[in-house]
Design a binder for this molecule. Sequence first.
Ligand SMILES: *[C@@H]1O[C@H](CO)[C@@H](O)[C@H](O)[C@H]1NC(C)=O
Ligand SMILES: *[C@@H]1O[C@H](CO)[C@@H](O)[C@H](O)[C@H]1NC(C)=O
Ligand SMILES: *[C@@H]1O[C@H](CO)[C@@H](O)[C@H](O)[C@H]1NC(C)=O
Ligand SMILES: *[C@@H]1O[C@H](CO)[C@@H](O)[C@H](O)[C@H]1NC(C)=O
Length: 219
Amino acid sequence: MYIPVLQCVALILISISYTQSCCAPSVVQGTAMAYGFVSEGKTAYQNMQKFYYDEEEEKVARVTTDMMGQTVRDIFDFSAKKRYVITNGTVCNVTDLKEPFQKSCVPPSAVFMGSTVLGNTYDNRKVDNYHLNITQGPVSIESAFMITPMEGGDCTVVGAVSFGKDQSGYQFSETSIYMNFSFEIKDKSVFQPPKQCNEPDNSGTLLFEVLSGFRRYGF
Ligand SMILES: *[C@@H]1O[C@H](CO)[C@@H](O)[C@H](O)[C@H]1NC(C)=O
Ligand SMILES: *[C@@H]1O[C@H](CO)[C@@H](O)[C@H](O)[C@H]1NC(C)=O
Ligand SMILES: *[C@@H]1O[C@H](CO)[C@@H](O)[C@H](O)[C@H]1NC(C)=O
Ligand SMILES: *[C@@H]1O[C@H](CO)[C@@H](O)[C@H](O)[C@H]1NC(C)=O
């Protein structure tokens, strides 16, 4: 079976609902660098992802590059209850989104492990460390992540290390670092699916290669 590696960490950040801990500001964009290893095939990978999060519009988007070097844009439009995966700017896969929008927060099940100062003390970047175990179907993931508090009670994630496995022995690990946060989205067209997403026949034209690309990114 295939586990969506990069998504696991992002999931912690975007889809577990909040009760008490801090949450991301209502509008965020930034970049995540992920470095991972998949036991199956002993593959190491490195991936850069740009992410966009808008709580008011209930939209989340991620832009990354798949293994064939094609750009993959993944739009979650919770207000329209649709998810669009656009590969290479040309191929669009539209699916229904059943779950409601959830704020991006430190999940209440995360265990606080204490605070530290990242790097040297010159900039005095305080981070809070958490551990979190999550289970998604057959997959269990153990992760440690760091967040940095902001004025006003919000926070943003700094980095995460995750280790996942399923019952069949499939394992992966991933380290991700988050950077270049900005608290406005200047170009909201990132949430706008291209016109071919509205053409019902489009998914029929997928090439085998494109399909294998999706497998890496689908849930
Ligand atoms: C990717 O897009 C380019 C044009 O933008 C096109 O020529 C190429 O065939 C596309 N590749 C795939 C695999 O669809
Ligand atoms: C997560 O699971 C591991 C291994 O089962 C355990 O050692 C650890 O204490 C758990 N951590 C949390 C925060 O539940
Ligand atoms: C981060 O921001 C800096 C300054 O705006 C820019 O030069 C750099 O390319 C950005 N890096 C990434 C990975 O987005
Ligand atoms: C579209 O995406 C869904 C969910 O990721 C996936 O199950 C389905 O196979 C995809 N359809 C095509 C034609 O790739």
